[in-house]
Design a protein around this ligand. Structure first.
Ligand SMILES: [Mg+2]
Length: 245
């Protein structure tokens, strides 16, 4: 028989992923595009270059890629420059995300952001959701720390900057492996925004088979989170877990 155990937990802060949680952008990630242009490398290897250091121009980006992968062809260099320019204008607010974050801020929650991101796309994010950046108490970016999810480093960094314990924070993101699983590991509350279910199929199956820990809540888009008991006015909620008896 399955029963629910409950404990009272005070929530003080809300930490958001950015891409596909607060903003939308091109359907194909920049590291995948660059990997296909360069050839003989993987999107993950490219991400480890472009998302873990500050880059100030397309020339900078090409130099960083060449330092890792060797000289780029003229066509590849031009493709990186074109990608940079398109990424710098690509982000768009997911409808209602600004209002949702501002509402949480007004309710007294601290706001944090944790993102794996490269410089031009972050410039685009700054233009797309300036009000969210304005009210954020901590912003932790991979190109500034040199670390990427699911590494716990950036999660711990944002908790430190917010001056709270993991159990006092809610992590909200669209990627189970990179946003939700590490947050569960740290003891944060979790809300999975299932904005791109086709990309999460493997984890949906694992969860249905009880092979991976479940998020505390799952929603279809960011605007649904305000109705969750985590964010009731007195900021005290009931964390529920299942157990066999
Ligand atoms: Mg994301």
């Amino acid at each position: 028989m399955i029963t629910r155990k409950s404990k009272t937990v005070a929530v003080k802060a809300v930490v958001f992923d950015i891409g596909a949680t607060l903003v939308t952008g091109p359907p194909v990630a920049p590291n995948k595009i660059i990997a296909s242009v360069i050839g003989c490398t993987t999107p993950s290897e490219v991400a480890a270059v472009i998302m873990t250091q500050p880059l100030f121009s397309p020339v900078d980006a090409v130099a960083a890629l060449e330092a890792k992968f060797g000289p780029l062809s003229t066509d590849a260099s031009r493709a990186v420059e074109e990608l940079w320019n398109s990424q710098a204008n690509a982000a768009q607010e997911i409808g209602g995300s600004v209002e949702t974050v501002l509402t949480l801020k007004k309710r007294g929650f601290k706001i944090g952001l944790v993102s794996d991101i490269w410089t031009p796309y972050y410039l685009s994010v700054q233009r797309a959701i300036p009000d969210i950046l304005e009210v954020s108490d901590a912003v932790v970016l991979s190109f500034e720390t040199g670390r990427r999810k699911p590494d716990l480093f950036n999660f711990n960094r944002v908790l430190e900057e917010l001056h709270i314990e993991a159990s006092e924070a809610v992590m909200i993101g669209d990627t189970y492996e990179h946003d939700i699983l590490p947050a569960i590991e740290l003891g944060m509350h979790t809300i999975w925004v299932l904005a791109r279910p086709e990309r999460e199929k493997d984890y949906i199956v694992r969860l249905l088979n009880a092979d991976s820990p479940t998020p505390e809540f799952t929603v279809l888009d960011i605007t649904q989170i305000l109705h969750l008991p985590l964010f009731c006015r007195d900021r005290v909620t009931t964390k529920t877990s299942l157990s066999e008896v």
